[in-house]
Design a protein. Structure first.
Length: 376
């Protein structure tokens, strides 16, 4: 845990130095005056943060709930055997193994780490009104650390997060393209083609009523809806993944964000296309967690919606006009994130997460995989 705590402290302190800079001019024509000192600081700090996050992720060995499973899947994909993973993951494994001349799974994990961190960092830099707080939420709410455990899904989540700017700008070709590419590594990403399109619509009261009626129908038609999910994800059939469940913590978090949104709705959210998108994503996530508890691995759908919190919450806090209330709200958010981080790290060694103990290939060896142990 020392590695994770040290990493978190260092990158958060580094993020404090990052400020968004905008060139202001009274004239319509902007004249390039060279790189400002703050912009240079931003570049250096972002590079330091990226290298630190990437290093911890790329150097790990057998860290994460699915690490050994992925090594096994890579081996089977390279051996032209059947694997349940998507074609993008399998193709990447075959290409890397072929070019390296041996089963270099470390390089594949490094590639996933690089892409995942890049899309999250780029998404925050491009879209967040307050990068430092967005990045703090990214770290303290466990997005980075969970990416060590669930590699394919968090690559997909990072690409969904990055694609939000295309949805808001109605750049549909780029949005669809990045989602289709990401779905080659985790097909659950395709769900945002529906969710994000719905969230960018300007909702009226009848749409909220329709969402409530649809949610209530889950209590009656849950078996029917579950059959649709199994048809879409046949690999879930007759497995533990078909078990439902919900997250009280996520519901409370979404309700807290909703309360903050309603407080600032007329002044901040109502006339902003971007903030309305974040708001609807939050409303949809509440409906999903409350009414969709029968769905298998509900968090995999919910996180595509709640990941917008790391953009929405800092933007709302920035918009509070009363200085005293803004400071109190900021302190409350930071304390809640720290509490969540403590609870997450407390269970970081449990099955389903297993990012502790941290090990690196520099000092440890990989346990035998199923293929090496034998199937008997």
């Amino acid at each position: 845990m020392t590695v994770y705590l040290s990493l978190t402290v260092v990158v958060l302190l580094t993020a404090l130095l990052i400020r968004k800079t905008e060139l202001k001019s009274e004239h319509s024509a902007l004249i390039y005056r060279g790189m400002s000192r703050q912009k240079m600081v931003n570049i250096i700090c972002c590079l330091i943060i990226f290298v630190l996050l990437f290093s911890v992720s790329a150097l790990r060995l057998n860290v994460g709930n699915d690490y050994l499973n992925y090594v096994e899947f890579m081996h089977l994909a390279y051996s032209r055997a059947y694997v349940p993973t998507e074609i993008g993951f399998n193709t990447l494994a075959c290409i890397v193994y072929y070019l390296c001349g041996f089963e270099n799974y470390l390089l594949i994990f490094a590639i996933f780490a690089f892409a995942t961190i890049f899309f999250f960092m780029k998404g925050m830099l491009d879209q967040s009104r307050w990068f430092t707080l967005s990045f703090a939420m990214f770290m303290l709410l466990g997005y980075y650390f969970q990416s060590l455990s669930t590699v394919r899904y968090y690559l997909a989540l990072s690409m969904a997060f990055f694609s939000i700017k295309y949805v808001i700008n109605k750049d549909w070709p780029r949005f669809v393209l990045i989602i289709l590419i990401g779905s080659l590594f985790h097909k659950s990403l395709l769900v945002v083609l529906l969710l994000y399109v719905i969230a960018q619509i300007k909702w009226n009261r009848f749409m909220y009523v329709a969402l409530f009626i649809l949610g209530c129908s889950c209590f009656v038609l849950s078996d029917f809806y579950l059959k649709i999910v199994v048809w879409l994800y046949p690999s879930y059939k007759d497995t533990v993944y078909l078990e439902g469940g919900t997250s009280i913590v996520n519901i409370l978090r979404c309700l807290a964000v909703l309360g903050l949104t309603l407080w600032l709705y007329r002044d901040v959210v109502m006339e902003s296309r971007t903030y309305r998108f974040y708001h609807i994503c939050n409303v949809l996530s509440i409906a999903l967690y409350v009414f969709g508890s029968f769905l298998p691995i509900i968090s995999r759908i919910g996180y595509y919606l709640t990941v917008t919190h790391i953009l929405f919450v800092p933007a709302l806090l920035k918009s509070i006009k009363d200085d005293r209330k803004r400071k109190i709200a900021i302190v409350c958010v930071i304390m809640a994130c720290i509490l969540y981080f403590g609870l997450y790290m407390r269970g970081a060694s449990a099955d389903g997460v297993r990012i502790l103990p941290y090990q690196t290939f520099l000092f440890h060896d990989l346990p035998l995989t199923l293929s090496e142990r034998g199937y008997y």
